[in-house]
Design a protein around this ligand. Structure first.
Ligand code: BGC
Length: 760
């Protein structure tokens, strides 16, 4: 009898859930998802779990990649754009990536809306620093520069504006933030990260997630994707997608915390697995990563997407699956929800379900997660964008102003013997040369070339800033790989005729520059000094005897040791985005006082790698025989045109219990003659611990605006969360003992005041 009653309740529940019309915007998302799921065929479900490159991308590939079956480039053998249109209309595709125009997005969406159930597509794109992989969108500085501003509000603002520009062209899902903790300057992708510190990466990542996702209640928000899990930034020799072998402790202490934050506090909607294997297990088949840590430990409830064709690589690269179909099986059973991207998925996954190897419940789980995101983004109600209205949002004045402000705040002054800011009256004839002097390389990776009128190159910025100066330009091409000795020599000759020389050197990372790029995804290096003839260029120009300053435009640290020792000024602009030229010029001529501080250590030489500030004490047991063990520039370092003095560091208590907060207050005075913004940093050290701890760890930072002569007292709060770590048994604890607090303007010992407190 009891059983019968239960059955009746269950039947009623199913019937009442099926009564909900999934198209009813007033029904709850959960009910709409269940109602829709209950009407879907297996083929439609598996299709929701698959993604394809856009039809324009595929058509362009047709020409190039057909010859060598280049499916890795997004070419699908035997399939053309019309097949994709047909499958979309049949409801067999859930998502597209690399659709670059609103017209294409709306066209594909119209097809999806004609499918049996009218499930909208979700369009994903790498909007890493603005949606600038697509034309006519704002290109902000890349993440490494943004991190050097230590400005979480700015990270939020950029993400919010990017979300608006994305929705303005019917894009719903950014494959960002990249919250890899960058620990190897040889790795080509440093530029798309927030640097080497887990705390800073976590804070910037969380702000970005919040900015992208808003309240996830409708038309203004986009889904964020925290990536890449995990630790591909500390791979063997800094190679992209090559194995990473790190301890469980390092994973938990360094690489996982930003994800925990993005999930627990940011409720990030999607996660992307990393190309690499981790400790012998490819990330794309790691149940430990996808299920145990992300879902069970952190409570992740969004969906997991693969990286670009990486499930297939369980078979073709990692050789842990004997066939592609087996690879699909392994990945899905480990927790994968969506496949980026390709043609074999639908057929082979359907087979796996029909063969009884993958239970329908496992498929339902993934589809449920994907549909939930689509409903929450309001795609069923607003499947299209208004193209004309969208043009008013994209690259609007407000967004351009943000791009400029972010660039100004991200440029790090590395050396200045007093030549900067430049005296416009003194330097009348100025040589400007170098691969990045008059080039869109300032936009960095994940940006396509934009309309020239929307970009201010560094040469253009200088000309705008000092219209009466005679700037003599010697072109060195757009890549260090293409430089010619004759142009180097020409610059060297002209350098003797000027009052000042500006060399704009670094790397080439603009996405489309295949073959000539030196930085960006899959552009790893063995060395980290100035690439190729650029070294020669700087030395020869400097040999003119005229003051020579170096501007670096690059997505990774550059070991400019000779340059540091021989040039009067060095400015690191990172990849400052569309208005990078304006920002650099404003800093050089003193209209803006530089404030940024390094979010990553700059080594003297690649042989010092791994080099990061939060290392263990015993790393310095012996000195190197052939060079200093110190970095060229420390984490947190950066100069200004004014000076700051820190004094009177006071702690609110001398003793606390393990569950108490403690406050650290310090006075900062602008002791120079210019107004400025100082980035104050707080580090801690657990003095004696049962497991070794870093010599220092960032646990607080604040941008403090100070007028010339002004003082302010600022206060940092340390909570138990800041003090805890994983003990011998990997339990998170606050261990009693003495803690050191260090506050100052960089991680360099001489820049820090210290105090101590005891945890009882
Ligand atoms: C990158 C991802 C990116 C994807 C789609 C991959 O090669 O590793 O970060 O989101 O391509 O463009």
């Amino acid at each position: 009898m009891k059983k019968l009653a239960l059955l009746a309740v269950a039947v009623l529940a199913v019937v009442s859930c099926c009564k909900v019309d999934y198209k009813d915007p007033n029904a709850s998302v959960e009910k709409r998802v269940e109602a829709l799921l209950s009407q879907m065929t297996l083929e439609e479900k598996v299709g929701q779990m698959n993604q394809f490159c856009g039809i324009v991308h595929v058509s362009n590939m047709d020409k190039k990649a057909q010859a060598d079956n280049q499916d890795a480039q997004g070419y699908y053998p035997g399939i053309n754009a019309d097949t994709l249109r047909k499958w979309t209309k049949q409801g067999l595709i859930g998502s597209y990536l690399h659709v670059l125009t609103a017209e294409e997005a709306n066209e594909l969406q119209a097809l999806a809306m004609q499918s049996r159930l009218g499930i909208p597509l979700i369009f994903g794109i790498d909007a890493i620093h603005g949606n600038c992989l697509a034309p006519d969108n704002t290109a902000y500085p890349t993440s490494i520069g943004l991190a050097c501003s230590f400005d979480t509000e700015m990270a939020y603002k950029i993400a919010r504006q990017t979300a608006l520009e994305m929705r303005a062209m019917n894009m719903h899902w950014t494959f960002n933030p990249n919250i890899d903790v960058a620990r190897d300057a040889r790795w080509g992708r440093v530029g798309e990260t927030f640097g080497e510190d887990p705390y800073l990466v976590g804070a910037m990542g969380l702000a970005s997630v919040n900015g992208y996702q808003g309240d996830m209640q409708g038309g203004d928000d986009v889904l964020a994707c925290a990536k890449h899990l995990i630790a591909g930034s500390q791979s063997i020799n800094g190679g992209n997608s090559v194995p990473t072998d790190v301890s469980e402790r390092t994973l938990y202490e360094v690489f996982l915390p930003p994800y925990e934050l993005a999930i627990c506090e940011g409720k990030v909607g999607s996660l992307m697995m990393a190309h690499n294997e981790i400790n012998g297990v490819p990330c794309h088949s790691s149940k430990w990563l996808m299920e145990d840590v992300m879902r069970k430990d952190y409570g992740f409830d969004g969906f997991v997407v693969s990286d670009w064709m990486d499930i297939e690589r369980l078979h073709s690269r990692h050789e842990t699956a004997e066939s592609r179909k087996e690879a699909f099986y392994q990945s899905i059973m480990a927790g994968m929800d969506m496949h980026m991207h390709g043609i074999y998925w639908n057929e082979e996954v359907v087979e796996l379900v029909k063969e009884g190897r993958i239970p329908m419940s496992r498929i339902d789980e993934s589809v449920r997660r994907i549909l939930t995101a689509k409903f929450r983004l309001g795609l069923f109600e607003n499947p299209y964008c208004d193209i004309e209205e969208g043009k008013k949002v994209r690259m609007c004045e407000e967004h351009r102003a943000t791009a400029l402000e972010a660039a100004e705040n991200s440029i790090v002054l590395l050396k200045n013997d007093g030549i900067l800011p430049l005296d416009v009256k003194k330097y009348k004839r100025v040589l400007v040369t170098g691969i990045n002097a008059d080039d869109q390389n300032i936009m960095g990776d994940w940006s396509a070339p934009q309309q020239p009128e929307n970009i201010t190159t560094i040469l253009e910025g200088l000309c705008e800033m000092a219209p009466n100066t005679n700037f003599v330009f010697v072109d060195q091409g757009d890549s260090p790989k293409k430089m010619k000795q004759e142009n180097v020599d020409k610059a060297a000759r002209l350098a003797r005729t000027t009052d000042l020389n500006i060399v704009v050197a670094g790397e080439t990372s603009l996405r489309v520059r295949k073959g000539i790029k030196t930085c960006g995804e899959n552009q790893d290096r063995a060395t980290i000094d100035l690439f190729g003839l650029q070294k020669d260029l700087v030395r020869k120009v400097a040999a003119s005897g005229k003051p020579t300053i170096l501007i670096i435009v690059a997505g990774r640290p550059q070991a400019v040791v000779w340059e540091h020792e021989n040039l009067p000024a060095i400015v690191c602009a990172w990849e400052p985005g569309m208005y990078g030229g304006k920002a650099v010029a404003k800093i050089l001529y003193g209209e803006v006082n530089p404030s940024a501080k390094l979010a990553i250590t700059v080594p003297r030489h690649e042989g010092q790698i791994q080099m990061y500030y939060n290392h263990k004490k015993s790393i310095k047991r012996y000195r190197l025989v052939d060079m200093s063990t110190k970095p060229l520039y420390h984490f947190g370092y950066g100069l200004s045109y004014t000076t700051y003095e820190y004094s009177d560091l006071q702690l609110s208590k001398s003793e606390i219990s393990t569950d108490e907060n403690i406050e650290a207050s310090v006075t900062i005075k602008n002791t120079g003659k210019r107004d400025g913004v100082e980035i104050a940093q707080l580090y801690i050290k657990d003095c004696i611990s049962s497991v070794t701890r870093p010599v220092m760890e960032l646990k607080g930072f604040e941008r403090v605006a100070l007028k010339a002569g002004e003082s302010k007292r600022i206060t940092f709060t340390l909570t138990p969360k800041h003090l805890e770590y994983y003990d011998l048994d990997m339990n998170r604890i606050v261990e009693p003992g003495t803690f050191k607090v260090m506050v100052g303007g960089s991680s360099r010992k001489k820049d820090l005041l210290t105090a101590e407190f005891v945890v009882k």
